[in-house]
Design a protein around this ligand. Structure first.
Ligand SMILES: [Zn+2]
Length: 509
């Protein structure tokens, strides 16, 4: 079961344009998908759109549209953005897809059969912008714990899911699999809340119609979160393609932002237990991005849109910055000076410079043909060791979803190669014909270091890496196999190099 590597993003609520925080989760998932594919694993990468719920009904009404019309204008923008950001998802699931609706109804039906759905009345508070129930607090109305808006009072006949029944099994799952929820601090938060008790949850709404009809009671639609979580099954083939589904499920990792952790780590596994489906292998909750230390939100007017960045700096600079700047799991602050610093220093001075000077020297000293190595020297050891250690460190960091550490490790090789140029001084060797065999080794080693860096960077910056590999002699489209293509000594001498444009020309503040 589940031999493929299955990674998901949340399905995004499409009522507003995707900002940098949305792109963050999707890019992280894309890196995992691309890395695992490069390692030869079968991969299934799912993303999609969450389209039901009261919030969409209201947004459509404001624009004088039906909810169907509204989502049909919004969803293509997401699909386009993912294409623009070079996202390699294998499927895009929409909750308005009839196939998804049938899956929701099938799962709901299973829970009814199990006796886990009962009729009751929900009396309490609800935050429609966040589509979540809000507990009564000191203030009336209580503010939503996520967005701080005052919650609305609801009193309606609902069906409830007997989630309390699964508390002990859930606790056992958390105990048995310490990495079920990552990072650990978030795992502990959730675990403590579950220990305090688990209430049943209202899973239908009866005051509007924009949703999946509840099987057995057509007056109700399924609560938007219950509906949305099931995308991880419907998008992977459940129950319409059980052979594919068996290959994919359980998901290896659900990537999410920290504000939706409860839904994913408590409600979702309880639903699966009730339906006799194995829970996912892990859930990883990353932090939030702030802009100059303020939370990014539409109402604060400080949204950063991916296209604004990529228009000036390119797609890969954004992909790189988001994953390099902040350890995955923590919060991050997006500032223009931090972005420019990474762009000019890491990408321009370190990586761009390495590629440019290596090819320039190979052209000057060897007519643009990669030389075969000749004589080794004492300066080689440090470079060789750094390159050889990279495989284990990248694999280890990506297993733990520590993207920034993986990039840091790759940069150790980028910097070691630049240092190697300074130490070996090819321009001095070139003046002495007797040093030609040594010069050949130096240039060859620089070319193979460049190749190794590009191979490991390809999941992070696919476009740039293809360009680098093309410049050092490979044909497009380049497909990277790891760790083979990053093995020391695998670079082929005799390849014709192609000097291209500088990769990351300096941008002044
Ligand atoms: Zn809210």
């Amino acid at each position: 079961m589940g031999s493929a590597f299955y990674v998901t993003t949340p399905i995004y609520y499409v009522n507003s344009e995707a900002h940098v925080g949305t792109a963050y989760t999707t890019i992280a998932a894309d890196v995992l998908a691309r890395y695992n594919r490069a390692c030869g694993r079968r991969v299934f990468f799912l993303t999609g759109s969450d389209e039901h719920g009261m919030k969409m009904v209201r947004a459509a009404k404001d624009k004088g549209l039906t909810p169907e019309q509204l989502v049909d204008t919004l969803v293509p923008k997401y699909v386009e953005l993912w294409k623009h950001l070079n996202i390699s998802n294998d499927n895009f699931i929409r909750t308005t897809d009839p196939l998804h609706a049938r899956t929701v109804q099938a799962l709901f039906g299973k829970l009814i059969e199990k006796g886990d759905i009962y009729k009751g009345t929900y009396r309490g508070w609800y935050c429609t912008p966040c589509e979540r129930y809000v507990p009564q607090g000191a203030a009336t109305p209580p503010p939503c714990p996520v967005c701080n808006r005052p919650a609305e009072h609801l009193e309606e006949e609902n069906y409830f899911f007997r989630m309390s029944k699964y508390r002990d099994r859930l606790l056992a799952l958390f105990e048995e699999r310490k990495d079920f929820v990552r990072p650990e601090s978030r795992r502990n938060e959730v675990l403590n809340r579950v220990r305090e008790g688990l209430e049943d949850v209202s899973v239908t709404r009866s005051t509007f119609e924009w949703g999946v009809r509840m099987p057995g009671d057509e007056k109700h639609v399924v609560w938007v979160w219950f509906d949305a979580l099931i995308n991880y099954l419907s998008g992977a083939g459940y129950p319409h393609d059980m052979a594919k589904f068996a290959e994919r499920w359980p998901a290896d990792v659900h990537l999410i932002a920290k504000d939706i952790l409860w839904f994913h780590s408590v409600i979702w596994p309880s639903m699966l237990m009730a339906a006799d489906i194995e829970p996912p292998r892990s859930i990883f909750a990353h932090g939030w991005w702030t802009m100059n230390a303020a939370k990014i939100s539409k109402s604060a007017g400080n949204c950063i849109y991916p296209m604004d960045i990529t228009a000036q700096f390119g797609v890969d600079a954004l992909r790189f910055f988001l994953l390099r700047e902040v350890p995955f799991g923590g919060d991050g602050d997006f500032t223009h000076s931090a972005f420019l610093g990474r762009f000019n220093n890491d990408l321009g001075n370190d990586l761009g410079n390495l590629v440019l000077r290596t090819i320039t020297m190979a052209e000057k000293y060897f007519g643009g043909i990669a030389p075969a190595p000749g004589v080794s020297g004492t300066q080689d050891d440090a470079l060789v060791n750094t390159a050889k250690n990279l495989e284990d460190s990248v694999a280890g960091h990506l297993k733990n979803l520590q993207f920034s550490h993986a990039l840091e490790a790759i940069w150790q090789l980028v910097r070691a190669a630049n240092r190697y140029v300074e130490e070996c001084k090819p321009w001095v060797l070139a003046k002495n014909e007797a040093e030609k065999p040594r010069l050949a080794t130096v240039i060859y080693n620089l070319l193979q270091s460049t190749r190794i860096c590009a191979a490991y960077l390809s999941p992070f910056m696919p476009g740039t890496c293809e360009e680098i590999l093309w410049q050092i002699g490979y044909e497009k489209p380049v497909s990277v196999r790891l760790p083979l293509d990053a093995t020391w000594g695998q670079y082929q001498s005799g390849l014709r190099l192609r000097k291209g444009r500088p990769l990351f020309p300096r941008v002044e503040a």
